[in-house]
Structures are given as structure tokens and as C-alpha cells.
Unconditional design. Structure first.
Length: 357
């Protein structure tokens, strides 16, 4: 009995030693898990840099506001800058954001080629880059989120060819420095090409619009009217801001409301022109959907999470993982069921011009 008691005592001591040896390791593992889980809280909120091209158009003011709201709703912070079409300034602003210690950079490039330098600089600092709506070319871009801009052009051309299947067409594009302008033009001519080859449609004027400005679009339209002696049956215009300049030129020539005009972005002024008859259609790109999608992806990537996409877009260097949302054609028949029903514009704001007239 005595030997048995001694044996049990020795076994207990051995188990105690083993337990003492194991417990610190287990405790350390638990501490490590507890410490790594809330890293974002310890380091402060995720900080997203948002380098924009401009605030001069209604559309981009909405993007800034909605993107900021979406990022903050996810518990992160956003710092916004705008370069107003100045490539050197956009690069400098991005460098400042990178040096400030942001976790991820989102960029709306003014010049799709020049901003490749920004991607290189961000990557050297270990920061990933998302292209917002406009593609950055010739760079190892991490993600591109936009609408199907080629489809935007197709929607414009489809709407106008239904109204004017034959005649003299003017094409007034966006800025030559913007890759979206090239995608839109490609979409337009995807639809127009068969008409042109049959001889039904003749392109009598084709010009880019520097910096997407209405004043430059107006000058383009004035030149088109002058060189064709006003023999124009339809005008395909890249967006609503430039369409505003085109309609001004047509009005001065006594043709506003007689010549179909396209647009894009569903700006309030563009939608108002649709209900009053001086613009034929626009393409609505739900910005809230875009901003929420990019905010969600940006915060996830900043946290180190992997993001997988079904589509890729070639930017001249790599196949960029991409998310392309669906645009919507808007005309006088579906204004109420699209931009107004979606809360993008109020019925009062849209139709107040009709009341005034």
C-alpha cells in the first residue's frame, strides 16, 4: 500500500510538471489570437486615399460624396483630393497621400497613361491601387471597377439609329486622354459600322473634346455646323456636360430639338433637356452602386483580403482584374422609372423646367 501511494504521488508530480510545461504555450497561443484579431482597432481605422480628376462636373461631385459615405459606413476613413485636369498635380497629390501612410489608393485618372507612374509609386510603398471608373494603362494595376463603357457607346448609337437610320452623323467624343472615351467610341462604331458600310450613314465630323469641357464641345459643334453648312441629321455626344455645349451651338443655329443628341451620366441638366426635347437620351450609370462596390472592395483589400473577379481588362501591360457594372439607357419614356425611381433625381427637379416653360 505504501509503495502504491508513493507511485501515485510520483505520477501526480509528473502530470503537474507536464501541465506546467504545456500551459504557458497554450496561453501564448490564445494571447496571439486575441492580439491579431483586432489589429485594425489598435492601428486606427483603415485610411483610403481618393485621388480624383475634377469636381467641376455634377457627376464627380456625386461620386465624391457617395464614395466617402460608403467608406465611412464600413468604419474606414477617406482622404479626397482633385487635380482639375493637371497631370503633374495629380501625381504630386497621389505622392502626398502615399507618404501620409494611407492603406490603399483609389484613383480617377485624368490621363490614363500618365497615372501609371502613380501605380508604380504606390506599389513601392506597399500600397495597392484601384482605378475608379477610368482605367490606368500600362501599369500593374490591382483592380479596375467601372461600368461597361463600350456598352455605353452601343446604347447611344442604338438609340439614335432607331430614330435616324440614314443621314449625316456627327461624333463628338470625350477627352482623348481618357481611356473611357476610347471605349465609348468603340461601342458607338460597333453599332454604326454596318450602316456606314451600306452607305446609309455618313460621318461628316468626328472630334475629341479636350478635358470633356462644354465650351470645347460647343466649339466642336460650331465647327461641324460650319463645315457641313448645317447638313447634320444626328449628333452622338460622349456625355451630358459636352451635350450641353452641343445643344447651345444647335440652338444658336436654330436646330435645337430638331437634331437628336445623345449623352451620358444622367446629369440633372441632361435629364431636363430630355424632358424638354433638346436632348434625346442619356446613359444612366448608378453611381451609388459603383461607389458602394468600390468602397467594399477597397476596404477589403486594405485589410489584406483577397479579391477575385470574373472579368479582366487589358491595360496594355497586364490583364487587370475588373468589375464592370451595367449601364441603363434613359429617354423621355423611362425617366420616371429609372433616374427618378432610383432617387438619383427628384421628379420636382427634373420637371421644373417644363413647368417654367
Amino acid at each position: 500500500m505504501k509503495r502504491k501511494a508513493i507511485g501515485l504521488w510520483l505520477l501526480g508530480m509528473i502530470l503537474l510538471v507536464v501541465a506546467c510545461a504545456i500551459t504557458p504555450k497554450q496561453t501564448l497561443k490564445i494571447v496571439e489570437v486575441e492580439e491579431t484579431t483586432p489589429l485594425s482597432e489598435k492601428d486606427g481605422p483603415i485610411r483610403i486615399g481618393f485621388a480624383m480628376d475634377t469636381f467641376l462636373e455634377e457627376r464627380w461631385l456625386r461620386d465624391r460624396e457617395m464614395f466617402q459615405e460608403s467608406v465611412e459606413a464600413l468604419g474606414a476613413e477617406v482622404e479626397v483630393v482633385a487635380a482639375y485636369g493637371n497631370d503633374a498635380l495629380q501625381i504630386s497629390q497621389a505622392e502626398t497621400l502615399i507618404q501620409s501612410g494611407i492603406d490603399l489608393l483609389v484613383i480617377v485618372p485624368h490621363n490614363s497613361e500618365a497615372t501609371a507612374a502613380i501605380v508604380h509609386k504606390a506599389h513601392r510603398a506597399g500600397i495597392k491601387v484601384i482605378a475608379y471608373d477610368r482605367l490606368v494603362k500600362n501599369a500593374d494595376l490591382d483592380l479596375y471597377v467601372s461600368f461597361d463603357n463600350e456598352r455605353v457607346g452601343e446604347l447611344q448609337a442604338e438609340a439614335i439609329t432607331k430614330l435616324v437610320p440614314k443621314g449625316n452623323y456627327v461624333f463628338i467624343g470625350g477627352a482623348i486622354t481618357d481611356n473611357n472615351a476610347h471605349l465609348l467610341k468603340k461601342g458607338v462604331f460597333n453599332v454604326l459600322r454596318p450602316y456606314i458600310e451600306r452607305g446609309d450613314i455618313t460621318i461628316v465630323y468626328d472630334q475629341w473634346t479636350k478635358d470633356w469641357t462644354p465650351v470645347n464641345a460647343k466649339a466642336n459643334m460650331e465647327e461641324a455646323l460650319r463645315t457641313t453648312n448645317k447638313q447634320i441629321d444626328a449628333v452622338i455626344v460622349a456625355n451630358d456636360a459636352t451635350a450641353g455645349g452641343v445643344v447651345q451651338a444647335l440652338a444658336a443655329a436654330g436646330l435645337a430639338g430638331q437634331v437628336p443628341v445623345t449623352g451620358q451620366d444622367a446629369d440633372l441638366a441632361g435629364v431636363q433637356r430630355i424632358v424638354t426635347g433638346t436632348q434625346t437620351m442619356t446613359v444612366y450609370k448608378p453611381i451609388r452602386t459603383l461607389s458602394q462596390e468600390i468602397a467594399k472592395l477597397a476596404v477589403a483589400m486594405a485589410r489584406g483580403e483577397e479579391v477575385f473577379t470574373e472579368r479582366k481588362v487589358n491595360n496594355g501591360k497586364i490583364e487587370v482584374p475588373s468589375v464592370l457594372l451595367t449601364p441603363i439607357a434613359v429617354n423621355k419614356h423611362n425617366v420616371d422609372s429609372t433616374v427618378i425611381a432610383d432617387g438619383f433625381h427628384s421628379s420636382q427637379d427634373v420637371y421644373q423646367v417644363v413647368t417654367k416653360e
